[in-house]
Design a protein around this ligand. Sequence first.
Ligand SMILES: [Fe+2]
Ligand SMILES: [Fe+2]
Length: 482
Amino acid sequence: MSNIVEQVNYDELIPNNVDLSDDKKLQRALEQWQPKYKNWWLDMGPKGYQNAEVYLRTAVGVDPKGWAKFGYVKMPDYRWGILLAPKVEGRTIPFGAHKGEPAWQEVPGEYRAMLRRLIVIQGDTEPASVEQQRHLGATAPSLYDMRNLFQVNVEEGRHLWAMVYLLQKYFGRDGREEAEMLLQRRSGNADRPRILGAFNEETPDWLSFFMFTFFTDRDGKMQLESLAQSGFDPLSRSCRFMLTEEAHHMFVGETGVGRTIQRTCEAMVEAGISDPNDVEAIRALGVIDLPTLQRKVNFHFSVTLDLFGAEVSTNAANAFNAGIKGRFQEPKLEDDHRLMDDIYTVLYCEDGQFVEREEPALNALNGRLCDDYIKDCQGGIKRWNKIIAKTGIDFEIKLPHKAFARRVGVFIDAHVSPDGEILTEQEWAAHESEWLASQEDVEFIHSLMQPALESGEYAGWIAPPRVGIDGKPGDFEYVQLA
Ligand SMILES: [Fe+2]
Ligand SMILES: [Fe+2]
């Protein structure tokens, strides 16, 4: 039964499994948007590698067991398509005031503005990250890494398509206007910035890229998980398939940082350096010292926490009540999925102290998602620490306290150390450079960013991966440079 929907039609201009050719008006609208998208990709996508043949995976179906095929592609020829996870017959709205009613196949009028806003915000992050990463090709530490970067980039492009499809199909003229705007905003642009703060930061080097894919793409995962629960079925199905692709992005981040850590520890052991704080000697080996890695973790973690928005928020309550945006792993949670009478404990910082306060669970949904995110980060941190421990070096990477260096939410005015100590503004200022990368750290990292572009070659600051992509051997030519 589900085979029909799993087939993706690649004969059409826009590959899809949504019977696009049956909806001529939509097909025309999307075909008009496609060349603008292509122009955006050529302008703002990976700089300098548009003619290279890249060994990429392309989605050819939505069957979890065999949804992608690998092959050499020039990125501008990538087949960006519209893929929805298979429809679940008889699906009902899983939470909120409409719990148990049939899932919506059309936009419910009363929630139109809210839905549009959520789709636009999600959509805006996708091209933003491509823009942030567009200069990285030039300093790739290997062809393997370069290929992974481009894979992430083309898939973020596809995620933009996923959101633009929803806008154009379900939101008429407003949707078409939003689709245009998504190609007009630019990451970091003073006049037309991307919507969310973290997506206007630079991703200037590969360590930042790996940290970004570990921390910030994981926020993407949490948002997609929540939207995948949506009572608006087309949004749910879009997000469910996007999550399949998203897993690779976090793999790139986790293993990228992990390989960096591994190389640092190996170099220290080879040189007989056991003190991780012997920074000068470690840097002289051409690897990134662990305290600097910790500072990068502190930055990317705290900037990403800000993406969850205010911990206590009526917008989040409204979206849940409406059945539009659920919680992380909603189906596994054992409560009434309506939360009218439930409470959730939120941490505040008041008068120099942390205090816990019970808030209505509905209002605290952003805070809860943020807490779920923090737990989700822990697994990767543990695996990084195992890499360090194996080499016998005495150092542990830690997630900073959630109140550390926040610019959004309840901790906005607090000065809190990574260990969770509440400080005065002066104390904070005196220690900031121990906790967040200094200009000197950044310059050192940049000095290591020399490309390594022979097949099987790796830059000195990063260990090779344990296995190749698609089972390819270590010297595989993942990118054929033009
Ligand atoms: Fe994405
Ligand atoms: Fe992603």
